[in-house]
Write a protein that binds this ligand. Sequence first.
Ligand SMILES: [Zn+2]
Ligand SMILES: [Zn+2]
Length: 117
Amino acid sequence: MNCDKHPEREGVASCIICGRILCEECRLKLAGRNYCQSCADKLFQERYGETVETESNGMGLGVKILMALLVILAVLALVSYMIYTVYLAPYYGSAENVIRILMNDPERIIRFLSGNI
Ligand SMILES: [Zn+2]
Ligand SMILES: [Zn+2]
């Protein structure tokens, strides 16, 4: 019998899991047993898959924190926009006007929002 992957090479062992014939190069000897590359990969994934997943969850947590920050920023932007539309726009007109007022006299806006204007 020749190697499953290399038909020109003589098989020296067979995988104990899938039975594939393996040449000297293809044979992986682990703890005295012969495995092919794909079965050894599967074994490794089964044994260490949990660790790899935990690591990716760690990365996922970072992404979640980033997403939360983006949501907070979006909410803040929405709230400022609502404050502008509901409270400022009817009295001060365009956003440029509001920004000019804010730049020139920020206290006026604060007094207005507190209802003391
Ligand atoms: Zn195999
Ligand atoms: Zn081979």
